[in-house]
Design a protein around this ligand. Sequence first.
Ligand code: ZN
Length: 169
Amino acid sequence: MKAHLSTKTYVSCPNCGKGEHLVSHLFDERLPRAFGPWYCKHCGQSFSGTVKSETDIDLKLNYEQSVKHAVLLMLPPRDKPLYFVIAGNEIRRPDKSPMTEDDWRFRYESHQCPTNFIPVECIIDDGDTDPHGVFEFVRAVEWVDEPNNGASVDENDSHYAKLFPEIEA
Ligand SMILES: [Zn+2]
């Protein structure tokens, strides 16, 4: 099987020279085409630009700067569990049996840092900044359809309650 090849073009930040900001998705018949404001992930500088052709792109610096902060949030102690639904996956092979409940439990309670599957900067439990096992594995079911596929909030609620009846109070 031959691979389908694609080439992408990026511009660097005009302020710090770093970063890869994709522009090739803007290449079409409707050139010139303006884009931005975009914010550099390295220095936070805002810039805009105009694609005149695939090899001729103008950039200009804007006044705005994005200043990164660390924000501490706290979930106060509570009586009831707070549930999280995350997307997981199982690699299946015809010659291997499916993952057992213990395999899933090991994956989410012992094996990895909780920030791998709850993607935040840091999760801190009683001073421990890498609290393996802070989340309890409840159950994994095969993902049947996209819960956010145009569904209203109410429909999503019932979607998850059907998958996981234990989340109902
Ligand atoms: Zn920059």
